[in-house]
Design a protein around this ligand. Structure first.
Ligand code: ADP
Length: 496
């Protein structure tokens, strides 16, 4: 069967990879469904794309920011018109259910409108000068060519978090989509082009991490790198960037805790736990992977959670009645299997799930049963390490202090949640949980685009996506002094 053949986007031209190699983009719910062949690019393709982006930067940086913003606004409108089509294609390429892929496209729309607004802000400061007849201000300047490496779990939202702020700030971009989800990046960039984005301002180089991602990170013409993915790869990316003094934003893993206290609304917490643990098949960096239960409610909560997990309808996400789709590929299934084995050996108690689903309607996809482990102690590997699958660990605590200690006792620090009706405890959680995000009476997932997104410890290196934090990464500050006194005035000397 012949498939649609996609090529790279370089300088506004659809260009086959110089490597001549390609890979198939296959539906993880149905191996018979191939979305297309995508280029498996190498360093030469990256060179071409960076050269095109550098050329385009010469003019793009001079386009007034409100005009750049208008293109983003139109992109938001085009994405709104195409939302259903792009959501369906995303479900086919990545697996998550339609309601979630609609949300993913919506997140790109929200980011488009938000960043379009920033085109008329991008504020700097005007300040007094310490000298007479002298004017002082700070302005945001674009960085130049930015390299972007995206993961597969939010195939359109995450590229939009990277591209839209970078573009409104006047940068040009080379993006390498995740090898599991290139089509959604193509769709996003197609919307940008249809909205009037000039050639070369965004370039796509599709391919695998070591072949196409690594040369992008080390390329001397790339002035900054934005990476979202695993902590293992993020460490390599960060070290390579640091060797060239290149700004690098890393957004990586999590082992996110939900604390449920004995005064919580248990039904609400249960809804949050099911959504947090099994939404996106547990493949979110903010997924709820640890639930820390007060001992007084632990038994009741556990029983109800297991019943809810058992009742989830797993299947192809294009079926509107399905609640949980497949994992993205066989490698992720292997990881879930491995962690279930580790958990059993450590003495955790498997309460439900624990295995891939392979029979009948599951035979052409990468499905895994919603899985709950009880009797997990905080220091077990299943309580410490990211699984990135539909596997949740239940840990019992005596009181709130111990819950905080368990929640903080990991290497990651992305998202956290507290379920309690006690306002004092809620404020303590906001203060004391070591994480970039804390939810009160809501699950660990559900970030909104105008707030900073990112984490502490092994989750990130201090930068934030979303919110105005994104503008800080995609611009550099320039201080400008204008002396209109017509004489030499020496700061710190002539006015001392
Ligand atoms: P995940 O577990 O989400 O697949 P990865 O960190 O493996 O996370 O991948 C995230 C992104 O990083 C993907 O686009 C992948 O191709 C890319 N990548 C993987 N290895 C490298 C590397 N050595 N250099 C640059 N990018 C890489």
């Amino acid at each position: 069967m012949s498939h649609t053949v996609y090529t790279n986007l370089i300088g506004g031209q659809w260009t086959p990879a110089r490597t001549g190699k390609s890979f198939a983009n296959v539906n993880p719910a149905d191996s018979d469904d191939v979305l297309g062949d995508f280029p498996s690019s190498g360093a030469e393709d990256v060179n071409d794309a960076v050269a095109a982006a550098a050329e385009a930067w010469k003019t793009w940086r001079l386009v007034p920011a409100p005009k750049r913003a208008e293109i983003l606004y139109r992109t938001g409108e085009i994405l709104t018109q195409r939302k259903e089509q792009y959501a369906r294609e995303m479900t086919r390429e990545m697996g998550k259910v339609l309601s979630e892929t609609r949300g993913d496209v919506q997140e790109a729309i929200d980011t488009a409108y938000y960043m379009a607004g920033e085109g008329r802000r991008l504020f700097g400061q005007t300040t007094p000068s310490e000298l007479q007849s002298k004017f002082a201000m700070s302005v945001r300047m674009p960085v130049g060519v930015v390299g972007m490496i995206a993961p597969w779990n939010f195939p359109m939202a995450i590229p939009s978090w990277k591209l839209f702020p970078a573009l409104v700030c006047g940068n040009t971009c080379v993006i390498k989509p995740a090898e599991d989800t290139p089509l959604s990046t193509y769709n996003l960039v197609q919307a940008l082009m249809d909205a009037g984005l000039p050639p070369g301002v965004v370039n796509i180089v599709s391919g695998f991490g070591p072949d196409a991602g690594a040369p992008l990170v080390s390329h001397p013409g790339v002035r900054a790198i934005s990476f979202t993915g695993s902590s293992e790869v993020g460490r390599i990316v960060g070290q390579t960037a640091a060797a060239n003094f290149k700004p690098c934003s890393l957004e990586m893993g999590g082992k996110n805790a939900m604390i449920v206290l004995d005064d919580a609304n248990l039904d609400l917490a249960l809804d949050g736990a099911v959504w947090g643990a099994f939404g996106t098949t547990g493949q979110r960096c903010t997924a709820t992977s640890r639930i820390i239960l007060h001992e007084k409610i632990a038994a009741e909560f556990t029983k109800k959670l297991v019943a809810r997990a058992d009742a989830l309808k797993v299947g192809n996400g294009l079926d509107e009645s399905v609640q949980m789709g497949p994992q993205v590929n066989q490698q992720q299934i292997e990881t879930s299997i491995r962690y279930c084995e580790i958990a059993r050996k450590e003495g955790a108690k498997l309460l439900t799930g624990g295995d891939p689903l392979e029979d009948g309607s599951f035979d052409r996809g990468h499905f895994f049963a919603p899985t709950v482990f009880g009797d997990v102690s905080a220091k077990m590997r299943i309580g410490q390490e990211e699984v990135f699958g539909p596997v949740v660990s239940l840990i019992t605590c005596r009181d709130f202090d111990e819950a905080l200690e368990i929640a903080n006792g990991i290497e990651y620090g992305l998202s956290t949640a507290l379920y309690s009706r006690d306002v004092n405890k809620a404020f303590r959680a906001m203060r004391d949980l070591e994480a970039g995000i804390t939810y009160v009476n809501a699950p660990t997932i559900g970030a909104e685009v105008h707030l900073p997104f990112g984490g502490v410890k092994k989750t990130g290196n201090g930068h934030r996506e979303g919110g105005t934090g994104a503008l800080d990464f995609y611009t550099t500050w320039k201080s400008v002094y204008v002396d209109y006194s017509d004489k030499l005035q020496r700061a710190q000397i002539d006015n001392a």
